[in-house]
Design a protein around this ligand. Structure first.
Ligand code: UDP
Ligand code: MG
Length: 141
């Protein structure tokens, strides 16, 4: 079964909407198979956002992403990668439709409430960066 990695980002943690975001993904039918509340190390973020490391906003992005712990969740389900990205909405919260997580809870292009893996390659890489094999639980929902 396909898996994707979600981070509930510091803006959403500060707003106290971790539960609301989890509920949306549970209601969409996906299964939580691992979860961890952690402050992301700087070197992990260098890997995670390697595609942005030369961008002018990268230092600010790291400051934002380390400003509180994040809730990292591994979700499993059919087409979970694409479907969770749809539920999140586009990167820029100001352009995200109402009814999407970013449209409802995000502020702008940086403080956009949630991360979700963009493809299977990213999902595998992100899963390995956060979770150890014994922290991932297989069960039927
Ligand atoms: N980001 C930012 N400024 C930008 C573009 C992106 O701070 O101009 C941040 C934002 O938090 C975004 C993350 O970098 O979610 C990763 O960017 P990406 O383009 O991969 O967007 P995503 O896959 O998260 O939609
Ligand atoms: Mg991305």
């Amino acid at each position: 079964m396909e898996r994707t990695v979600v981070l509930i980002k510091p803006d959403a943690v500060k707003k106290g909407i971790i539960g609301k975001i989890i509920t949306r993904l549970e209601n969409a039918g996906f299964t939580m198979i691992a979860a961890k509340f952690l402050r992301l190390p700087e070197d992990l973020l260098d890997d995670w956002y390697a595609h942005h490391k030369d961008k002018s906003f990268f230092p600010e992005l790291k400051t934002f992403m380390t400003s509180t712990p994040v809730m990292a969740i591994l979700w499993e389900g059919k087409d979970v990668i694409k479907k969770v990205r749809e539920i999140c909405g586009p990167t820029d919260s100001r352009k995200a439709p109402k009814g999407t997580i970013r449209g409802d809870y995000g502020r702008d292009v940086q403080e956009n409430a949630i991360h979700a893996s963009q493809d299977a390659h990213a999902a595998n890489k992100e899963m390995d960066l956060i979770f150890l094999p014994h922290e991932i639980h297989e069960y039927n929902r």
